[in-house]
Write a protein of this length. Structure first.
Length: 256
């Protein structure tokens, strides 16, 4: 559901975790999954947020702590890394950060060769700064590099997967072990963008019903939104997280 400030995200373990290769309580990233039938419930901070006031508001009104809190970090500004103040606030609450590490559109001439430049080592100093920050944080973190890359114009699948693998390997090479890597495609026609079994821990999918807020004016049930992802991406045998869940604000939203 959506209000004026945040959008709920629900991370469902249920039977989906039967697809994981976990052998004990934690995977290699240190992230402990719920038991079968359990839920992680969270909320998404809009870009630019500097505190958790909106999250506190949601928690107060629902009587439920946000297990996950997601926020956005733009690759366009390499002078700053992930917000340490937000991470510290999440640690104090006992919430797990979920970071969307967004890359600029390749239509932006300044970033036209971004993925190949990442692989060439051009951004190694920036990567190292971010990796050290997360290693210092110590607590579990969910991280999605370039979410929705499969639907960005002029995007090359091979260049994207090589960049993902490079970033993943770079962090691992520095001994960063508290990250769960979440691949977040925006469409079901995304198999060419899958970074590979070794490089992905979870798969994140969006299930938002926009209804008359979109030009196609279509109304979709949760099953219609989720099942295509499950059918197409289930064979990858990775646990799945629903990163966005809800319906557009109109008179039928409550019924949805």
């Amino acid at each position: 559901m959506q209000n004026g400030y945040v959008l709920f995200i629900i991370a469902i373990s249920l039977a989906f975790l039967s697809y994981s290769n976990l052998e004990d309580e934690k995977d290699g990233s240190g992230f402990a999954p719920k038991d079968f039938g359990g839920f992680y419930v969270g909320a998404n901070l809009f870009p630019g947020a500097t505190d958790l006031h909106e999250i506190n508001y949601i928690e107060k009104n629902t009587g439920r702590r946000a297990d996950l809190v997601s926020f956005h970090q733009s690759w366009a500004d390499t002078s700053t890394c992930f917000s340490e103040s937000l991470l510290d606030l999440m640690k104090q609450k006992g919430s797990i950060p979920f970071i969307y590490w967004n890359t600029p559109s390749l239509r932006d001439q300044a970033f036209k060769e971004l993925f190949s430049e990442i692989v060439s080592g051009k951004y190694d100093l920036y990567l190292k700064k971010c990796a050290i920050l997360l290693r210092k944080y110590k607590e579990p973190v969910l991280l999605s590099f370039s979410p929705g890359a499969d639907t960005m114009r002029n995007q090359n699948a091979q260049e994207f997967t090589k960049a993902w693998q490079y970033v993943y390997s770079f962090f691992n090479g520095l001994g960063i072990s508290n990250i769960t890597w979440v691949w977040c495609p925006a469409s079901t026609n995304c198999k060419a963008y899958y970074p590979g079994e070794k490089f992905v821990d979870w798969i994140g999918v969006s299930c938002l019903n926009y209804g008359d807020n979109k030009r196609d004016n279509d109304w979709f049930s949760f099953k219609q939104l989720y099942k295509p992802f499950r059918d197409k991406l289930g064979p990858f045998q990775k646990p799945m997280i629903i990163t966005e869940f809800g319906s557009a604000n109109n008179e039928d939203a409550a019924a949805w």
